[in-house]
Design a protein around this ligand. Structure first.
Ligand SMILES: Cc1ncc(COP(=O)(O)O)c(C=O)c1O
Length: 389
C-alpha cells in the first residue's frame, strides 16, 4: 500500500464510472464525474428546476444558484464573479467571444495563434479575420512540441491585437508560459487570450496573476457537466459589440454573451465540481498526476514513440504516442478490447499533428488524479504486448 492509498481509495469511490473495471484514460476528451456532482444535478432537477427571474422559491433558488456558480468559477479562475460567463462548451464560447472581439478590429490588424492550439482557438480567428480584413499569424512549435518563443516574439508586432494560445496543448500535454506570453502581448498592446480547457483539471489557474484578458474552459474536463465557461477582464466587453440576442436582465457585460436560459442543472453540477477539487486541493492532485505520469514515461516500451516532452516538467499527464506499424485508431481499438479506454486521432489539435507529421494523429493516453499506478502498469503492459506485434 502506498502512503496516498487511503485518499486514492476515497477518490475512486467518488466516481461511479470507474467501478466498471475499465481503465479510463480518456480524461483529455472528458473527465468522469464524482457523486456530489451527480447528486447536485439530480437535486436541482428534483427541487429547483425553474427559469430565473420569478418570485417563487424554485426560481429564487435558481437565481441564487447562478450567482453561486459565478462565485465558484471566480474562485476557480482567480477573477471576479462579474467577469465570468457561461455557454454551451469551450468551442461555442470561444466562437461567440471571438466574433465579438473581431468587430473592433480594422483591416490590416493581426491576430497571433499557435500550433499548440485546439482548432477552436484558431478557426474562429481565421473566419473572423476574413470578415474584417485582418491577418492571422501562426506561431510554430519546436521539435519537442514546446512553443517557439522566438517565433512568437517575431510574430507579435505593432498591428497585433490578440495573442491566442493554450495554457496547455490537448494533444501532447505541453504547457506554455502564460504569464510571459501575456506580458509579450501586452507590451504590444494586444490581448492575451488563453484557452485553458486542457489544463483546467491538472492545476490551479489564476488569470489575474498571469494577466490574461480572456480565458476559456469546459467543466466537463474538470469533473463537472457539459458546459462552457469564460473569463473576460472587466472593461473589455464594454468596448465590444457582442453578437447578442437580448439577454433577459444582464447585470454584467459578461451576461450579454449568455443569450438564452442557462442550464441550471449544469451550474449546480459545476458548483459541486469546484467544491470537489477544493476538497482534494491542487497540491495532492498535482503530486498524484506527477507520480502517474513519471511512471508512464519511465515504463513506455521502446516500440512506442512519444510525441512530446520526456519528463513531467512543463507538461500535463497527457501523452501522445504512436507505433507506426498501425493506425492510432487500430491501437485504440485493441486497447479498448483489453478494457483500456484511450482516444486516438487528431483531437482537433490538427496544427500540432501536421507539425508532428502525423496525418492519422496519435494515440492519446491521459491520466487524471483518479487514475492509479495499477492502471498505468496495465496500459504499459498492454502497449508492450501490442507494440511488439
Ligand atoms: C484545449 C482545448 N480547447 C478547446 C476544446 C473544445 O472544448 P469543447 O468540447 O468544450 O468545445 C478542447 C476539447 O478537447 C480542448 O482540449
Amino acid at each position: 500500500m502506498t502512503a496516498g492509498s487511503a485518499r486514492e481509495t476515497w477518490v475512486r469511490d467518488q466516481f461511479p464510472a470507474l467501478r466498471s473495471g475499465e481503465a479510463r484514460m480518456d480524461g483529455p476528451a472528458g473527465s468522469q464525474v464524482p457523486v456530489p456532482v451527480i447528486r447536485a444535478m439530480v437535486r436541482y432537477l428534483e427541487a429547483d428546476n425553474a427559469n430565473s427571474g420569478g418570485l417563487f422559491s424554485a426560481s429564487v433558488s435558481t437565481d441564487s444558484l447562478i450567482g453561486r456558480a459565478r462565485d465558484a468559477m471566480a474562485g476557480f479562475l482567480g477573477c471576479r464573479p462579474e467577469e465570468v460567463g457561461f455557454g454551451q462548451n469551450a468551442s461555442t464560447v470561444n466562437l461567440l467571444l471571438s466574433r465579438a472581439a473581431v468587430r473592433s478590429l480594422r483591416p490590416g490588424d493581426e491576430i497571433v495563434v499557435t500550433r499548440l492550439d485546439h482548432d477552436s482557438n484558431i478557426d474562429p480567428w481565421l473566419e473572423g479575420a476574413k470578415d474584417v480584413g485582418a491577418k492571422v499569424v501562426m506561431v510554430d512549435a519546436r521539435d519537442d512540441t514546446t512553443l517557439d518563443m522566438d517565433g512568437l516574439a517575431a510574430a507579435i508586432g505593432e498591428r497585433t491585437r490578440v495573442v491566442a494560445f493554450p495554457w496547455a496543448c490537448n494533444a501532447t500535454g505541453t504547457m506554455t508560459d502564460v504569464a510571459q506570453i501575456s506580458a509579450m502581448a501586452h507590451a504590444a498592446g494586444a490581448l492575451s487570450w488563453v484557452d485553458a480547457t486542457h489544463f483546467a483539471p491538472h492545476g490551479p489557474i489564476d488569470v489575474t496573476a498571469v494577466e490574461a484578458d480572456v480565458a476559456i474552459c469546459s467543466p466537463y474536463k474538470f469533473f463537472g457537466p457539459h458546459l462552457g465557461v469564460f473569463y473576460a477582464k472587466q472593461g473589455l466587453l464594454e468596448g465590444w459589440l457582442p453578437l447578442h440576442v437580448r439577454a433577459s436582465a444582464p447585470q454584467s457585460p459578461a451576461q450579454l454573451l449568455e443569450p438564452g436560459t442557462l442550464p441550471g442543472e449544469s451550474l449546480a453540477g459545476l458548483v459541486a465540481a469546484v467544491e470537489y477539487i477544493q476538497s482534494l486541493g491542487w497540491p495532492w492532485i498535482r503530486e498524484q498526476e506527477a507520480r502517474l505520469g513519471t511512471a508512464f514515461l519511465e515504463g513506455l516500451p521502446p516500440a512506442w514513440e512519444l510525441y512530446g516532452l520526456g519528463t513531467m516538467n512543463g507538461r500535463t499527464a497527457t501523452f501522445a504516442i504512436g507505433a507506426r506499424s498501425k493506425a492510432p485508431s487500430e491501437w485504440a481499438a485493441a486497447l479498448a478490447a483489453d478494457g483500456i479506454a484511450v482516444t486516438a486521432g487528431h483531437f482537433r489539435a490538427t496544427r500540432m499533428m501536421e507539425r508532428l507529421g502525423l496525418p492519422a494523429g496519435a494515440v492519446r493516453v491521459g491520466f487524471l488524479h483518479y487514475n492509479t499506478l495499477e492502471e498505468v502498469e496495465r496500459v504499459l503492459a498492454a502497449l508492450g504486448g501490442l507494440g511488439a506485434g
